[in-house]
Design a protein around this ligand. Structure first.
Ligand code: FE2
Length: 412
């Protein structure tokens, strides 16, 4: 299944960021038409309710615009010697049949399909993102006019839902709130979303939704990009990690104390470090930090290890992300330190690793010079398991005319 890209949801990202992001709502009719199979669905929702392990805090039921106390759809179960609250699926169904809306928070915690939906948002906005599923019975009010504190991307998956969205106010406080019909004029968007439609609602924008004649399921990806204050705090935090800011000051009150002089000195030093900062690489670091927050950039280690074990002799490999220190040679073996491990490898293997320092690639069969192919392959797999080597994505060199690795290109 092809992964979703941010573009699938918002169209041209340059246009989105210039004209819509944090500014005004965006409706993209049919953006995901025919591509909904990979998303959380009604059937998956039944499956996870049946697992009986969902903590009730993930579920919310609202009826007539009010939250239903969780006691109405939970039961107490024994877990070992302790008692725990668990969701009672039958009661959830009962509340739904009688007009309740069921909301499932942080669906990406339990469903890989929700994780797939979340990833392009976490990547493009360099922040964590939460997938919330809303399932509304036919002909209910759903949600009356309100504003959320986060940006929301709505994806209609099953049934239809009628939305009204009002203009994004110029001044927003970043809070939640509700509105009476008199407070709002005419909506700027009034639309019945169908499966595959996408709607972007910036934070603080009034909106309301109601289901029509059939059950409606929509997913909403909520994102809260970091504000300037969060980014600058992060930059300063990284700078003051330096040993120069490590000491314990004695802070005494008064205008002319040693503490004031010491603080002046440290502020001066911080100012100097800020002035010397390489802004382009700091921006890159902040993006990486944002993507890695709360697992937004989680590795798939089992999948990676399985791929290493099936690595073919023709696969091109290069140095991986794990740094290697190559030590001294003794009796034909060279000491290596990588990822907290101490190894001793044949000198030729250490030489082969050094040769890849410049970003070169080599086929797995030829990595270890002068030994049979199977032994070279085995050395490559061993080093790839600990992240010292990695396969270059794409077909092996020679498989097609345009598959020449970049490094080979450079050597021409
Ligand atoms: Fe909302």
């Amino acid at each position: 299944m092809d992964p979703y890209s941010f573009e699938d949801f918002v169209g041209d990202p340059d246009v989105f960021f210039a004209e819509y992001f944090d500014k005004q709502p965006l409706l993209r009719t049919g953006a995901l038409a025919g591509r909904l199979d990979g998303l959380p669905s009604v059937r998956q929702l039944d499956d996870i309710l049946a697992l009986e392990t969902t903590p009730p805090s993930y579920l919310r039921v609202t009826k007539g615009g009010k939250g239903v106390p969780s006691g109405a759809y939970t039961r107490t179960v024994a877990r070992g010697a302790a008692l725990a609250e668990a969701v009672n699926a039958e009661k959830v169904y009962e509340l739904f049949r009688s007009g309740g809306t069921v909301t499932w928070n942080s669906l990406q915690h339990v469903l890989p399909s929700a994780r797939r939906l979340r990833d392009p948002f976490a990547e493009a906005l360099a922040c964590d993102a939460e997938v919330v599923l809303f399932v509304t019975p036919a002909r209910t009010d759903g949600f009356s006019p309100h504003r959320d504190s986060i940006d929301v991307f709505v994806v209609q998956v099953d049934g239809t839902k009628t939305w009204r969205v009002w203009a994004t106010p110029e001044h927003r406080r970043g809070d939640e709130g509700s509105y009476t019909p008199e407070e709002l004029g005419d909506p700027v968007v009034e639309v019945t979303l169908r499966p595959g439609d996408v709607l972007y609602v910036p934070h603080g924008t009034p909106h309301a939704a109601a289901a029509n004649s059939e059950l409606s399921l929509h997913l909403s990806v909520g994102v809260e990009p970091r504000r300037w204050r969060h980014l600058l705090q992060d930059t300063v935090t990284a700078l003051v990690e330096d040993d120069a800011f490590h000491g314990f000051p004695h802070l005494a009150e008064g205008e002319d104390t040693a503490a004031v002089a010491a603080l002046t000195e440290k502020l001066e030093l911080l100012r100097e470090r800020l002035a010397r900062l390489d802004v382009a690489s700091e921006a890159k670091r902040l993006v990486a930090v944002g993507r890695a927050r709360n697992g937004a950039d989680r590795t798939r280690e089992f999948a990676r290890l399985a791929a290493v074990d099936t690595l073919a002799p023709a696969t091109r490999v290069r140095r991986g992300a794990v740094p290697v220190e190559i030590g001294d040679s003794e009796a034909g073996r060279t000491a290596l330190r990588a990822g907290g491990r101490q190894l001793a490898v044949p000198d030729a293997v250490a030489g082969a690793l050094r040769a890849l320092d410049s970003g070169r690639t080599v086929s797995a069969a030829e990595f270890f010079p002068g030994v049979p192919e199977a032994r070279s392959l085995s050395a490559v797999r061993g080093l790839a398991r600990i992240g010292v080597l990695e396969a270059v994505a794409g077909p092996p060199a020679g498989a097609s005319p345009d598959a020449v690795p970049v490094a080979d290109e450079k050597r021409k």
